[in-house]
Design a binder for this molecule. Sequence first.
Ligand code: NAI
Length: 294
Amino acid sequence: MTTGTGPAPALPQSVAVIGGGRMGAGIAQSFATAGAPVTVVEQSREAAEAVRGRIAGSLERAAGRGLIDAGPAEVLDRMAFADAVTGLDPATELVVEAVPEDAGLKARLLAAAERVVGEGTVLATNTSSLSVTELAAVLQRPARFLGMHFFNPVPASALIELVVAEDTDPSVVDRALAWTAALGKKDVVVKDSPGFASSRLGVALGLEAIRMVEEGVASAEAIDDAMRLGYKHPMGPLRLTDLVGLDVRLAIAEYLHATLGERFAPPRLLRDKVARGELGRSTGQGFHTWEKQR
Ligand code: NAI
């Protein structure tokens, strides 16, 4: 709903994304493409520069396919790349944390970001399974914190799952709903609980598919085709596991196993593949073979 050349009214005035990996780079790219100024925070100068390069490449590909209106250079101009949360602008309206699925690391970075930003800033976590309420325990202002769970690949995905923790203020949910709409995405609002709605169901299906490969029920291709063609899923559960990353899926399964019980116990095959470095698309090998990513 852009009326002029500036950012659409419902977008945050400025965004910071902590962690520029698979998800963080996509989240940053999506906000910048929509018109918001975005700062990506990585753990070193080199890592920050590498994220800039990956986003530049992704923007070039999106422009080549006619998926973005602005030129890649114009979008990149809205972006800054930093190597520590201490450099964040206190006026940042939204901070999205997208570092690996490690509660201690997330808590440490969220608390550090909160010390820098102003009272009006909303803090969000992109965790795909961890308790948002437990993460909020390290914050001084838990009312300004919620889960904004994006999906992979972020620029192409249609959904953001908004996770409402015990202390999240309703006005913060309203702002997140407006930002979701400004990005052109749909929302689902869920109460904080292990795996929310999406990961809990998605991981259950993915783990069962892995157990079926383990038991020799069918090949990965056949299992994926069964769900794709038979159940109209846009992508089979094993291809999706490759896209998400087997390491990410294993971390989530371990958490759901601990919180929801035996039905989420990670299969041996998943652990073995992660130990061998077969992490999915990012390494070229998961349940399927992929062209190595640049
Ligand atoms: P990733 O491993 O690709 O990216 C994490 C990034 O965080 C890396 O670039 C790393 O350098 C950076 N990082 C680590 N420590 C840092 C620090 N101290 N300061 C700044 N940056 C730091 O992980 P991915 O896949 O992007 O996942 C991130 C989060 O998103 C996790 O919580 C994951 O569960 C969640 N998620 C992942 C999805 C997926 O499909 N991979 C889907 C939805 C959510």
